[in-house]
Design a binder for this molecule. Structure first.
Ligand code: PLP
Length: 426
C-alpha cells in the first residue's frame, strides 16, 4: 500500500529540528521519523469512509441495487488484478480498489439477502467496530483495555440477569463453533481436572450427546479435542427437529454399556436448518440425574430467548411469508416454523399436478438449485436451499434483517415464481 512517505525521508533533523550526530540509515533511507505520513493517512481514511458510506452502506442497503454482482472466478480474478506487488500504489488507485472490493462482494446488509443466519446492518454497532479496529487492542488486561474490560463486565452481568442466573460468569467467544468447543473442554475438565496436566493419557473413553439436528461443530469439536468423532452419540429428533429426551436416555445407556463416560449433553436453542428448540427442562433433568454437564448451543436462538419483550419483532414478519406460502399456488411449507427459519418448496408449473409421478421428488430436488443459480447471477435475491433427511432440496428463508419489508417478501415470492416458470423436468 502507498504510505505517502516519499519525499519525507531525507530530512536529517529530528523532530525538534536539531541535526543528529549519528543519523541512522537503512537501505539508503534515513530513519529520523515515522515512516508513514499521518496527514496523507488521515485524508485517505476520510476518502475511504466516503466510499464506504456511498458504495457499501447506501448502495448495499438499497433495494434498487443488486444483492451481488456475480462474476465467474476467472473473470473476477482478471478484473481485480489481485497480484501482490512490491511497489506501493497511489491513494486514488487504492480507493478504486476499495470500490471494487465493495462492488463485487455480496451485500449481506441488503434487504433481499436471506442466505445465512445473519443479515442486515446496524449503523451504531458498525461504528463500534470502527472504534475497536482503530484502537486495535486486546482484552488481556485492564492495563491494555481499561474501557473494554469494564464494558465486558457490564454486558456479561446483563446477560446473566437476562438468563436469570445469580452467580455466573462468562466469556465472549469468536463464534458458535468455538463456543461449543470451549463448552466441551470445560465439561471435560470439570470431570477430569487432571486432563490439564496429563492430557489425554489414561482418560477413559468419553461420550458426548447431541441431536441429529445440532450444528456440525459439536462433532468437529470432538475431533479437534482428540476424542474422535465416534465419541459423539447422535440423539434422534422429532419431526420438528427437537431432541427426544427418551432417545437421549437411551443413547446414554448405550454409551455406558460400551464403557464410555458420558460427560456432555449439547442441547440446541434454535437449530441451524429448522430453528428448533430442544426441550431444555426435560434434558436438564436427565443431565442432573446422570451428573452430566449440560451445554446449550444458543448461537442462533439465544437472542429470542433473551428478548421476551421484543420477541414479536423477531417472530412477526415471517408469519406474513408463511401465510403467502400457504396461499400461493405452487408453494408448499415443509413445516410450521418455530423461529425465523421458513422452510418450503416451490413446485413450478411444469411439475404441478405431477406430484404422484415416480420422478416427481427427483425433479423437485432440482428446482431450488435452478432458481437459486439464476437469482445469484442476476443479483436479485440470495436465499439458501438444502436437502434434509428424506426431504429433497427446499428453500430455507431466514428472516433476521430489520430492513426486510412486506414488499421485499412479495418480491421474493414473485421472483421464485418468475425464475421457476422456466424449469423443465428432465
Ligand atoms: C446452532 C448453531 N450453532 C453453532 C453455529 C456455528 O457458528 P459459527 O459459524 O459462528 O462458528 C451455527 C452456525 O450457523 C449454528 O446455527
Amino acid at each position: 500500500m502507498a504510505t505517502g512517505l516519499e519525499g519525507k525521508r531525507q530530512n536529517k533533523h529530528d523532530v525538534n529540528g536539531t541535526q543528529r550526530k549519528h543519523p541512522l540509515t537503512v537501505d539508503g533511507i534515513l530513519l529520523d521519523r515515522p515512516l508513514n505520513d499521518p496527514k496523507g493517512g488521515e485524508q485517505f481514511v476520510q476518502d475511504a469512509f466516503q466510499v464506504i458510506l456511498d458504495e457499501a452502506i447506501r448502495k448495499g442497503t438499497d433495494v434498487d441495487e443488486q444483492v451481488c454482482e456475480w462474476k465467474e472466478p476467472d473473470e473476477l480474478r482478471a478484473l481485480l488484478d489481485l497480484d501482490l506487488v512490491d511497489a506501493g500504489e497511489p491513494s486514488e488507485k487504492l480507493l478504486e480498489r476499495c470500490r471494487d472490493v465493495i462492488r463485487y462482494s455480496v451485500k449481506t446488509i441488503h434487504p433481499r439477502f436471506y442466505n445465512q443466519l445473519f443479515a442486515g446492518l446496524d449503523h451504531h454497532s458498525l461504528v463500534g467496530r470502527y472504534i475497536t479496529e482503530t484502537l486495535n487492542t486486546s482484552q488481556y488486561t485492564y492495563e491494555i483495555a481499561p474501557v473494554f474490560v469494564l464494558m465486558e463486565e457490564v454486558v456479561l452481568k446483563k446477560l446473566c440477569e437476562l438468563i436469570g442466573w445469580k452467580n455466573c460468569d462468562g466469556l465472549f467467544c469468536p463464534g458458535g463453533s468455538m463456543s461449543n468447543m470451549y463448552a466441551m473442554n470445560v465439561a471435560r475438565y470439570k470431570l477430569f481436572p487432571e486432563i490439564k496436566k496429563r492430557g489425554l493419557w489414561e482418560l477413559p473413553r468419553m461420550a458426548v450427546f447431541t441431536s441429529k439436528e445440532s450444528h456440525y461443530s459439536v462433532t468437529k469439536g470432538a475431533a479437534f479435542q482428540g476424542l474422535g468423532t465416534d465419541s459423539v452419540y447422535m440423539v434422534k429428533a422429532d419431526e420438528r427437529g427437537r431432541m427426544i429426551p427418551k432417545e437421549l436416555e437411551e443413547q446414554i445407556s448405550i454409551a455406558k454399556s460400551k464403557g464410555a463416560v458420558p460427560f456432555l449433553v449439547n442441547a440446541t436453542s434454535g437449530t441451524t436448518v429448522f430453528g428448533a428448540f430442544d426441550p431444555l427442562p426435560e434434558i436438564a433433568d436427565i443431565c442432573e440425574k446422570q451428573g452430566i454437564w449440560l451445554h446449550v448451543d444458543a448461537a442462533w436462538g439465544g437472542s429470542a430467548l433473551l428478548s421476551k419483550k421484543h420477541r414479536h419483532l423477531l417472530t412477526g414478519i415471517e408469519r406474513y411469508l408463511v401465510n403467502e406460502i400457504k396461499e400461493r399456488p405452487g408453494f408448499r411449507l415443509l413445516m410450521e416454523p418455530q423461529f425465523v427459519n421458513v422452510c418450503f418448496w416451490y413446485i413450478p408449473p411444469s411439475l404441478q399436478g405431477k406430484e404422484d409421478t415416480p420422478d416427481f421428488q427427483k425433479n423437485l430436488g432440482k428446482v431450488a438449485p435452478f432458481i437459486k443459480e439464476q437469482m445469484v447471477k442476476q443479483g436479485t435475491v440470495m436465499v439458501g436451499y438444502q436437502p434434509h433427511g428424506n426431504n429433497v432440496n427446499f428453500f430455507r428463508q431466514v428472516l433476521v434483517s430489520p430492513r426486510v419489508s412486506l414488499d421485499d417478501l412479495d418480491f421474493f415470492m414473485n421472483e421464485i415464481q418468475r425464475l421457476g416458470s422456466d424449469f423443465q423436468p428432465q
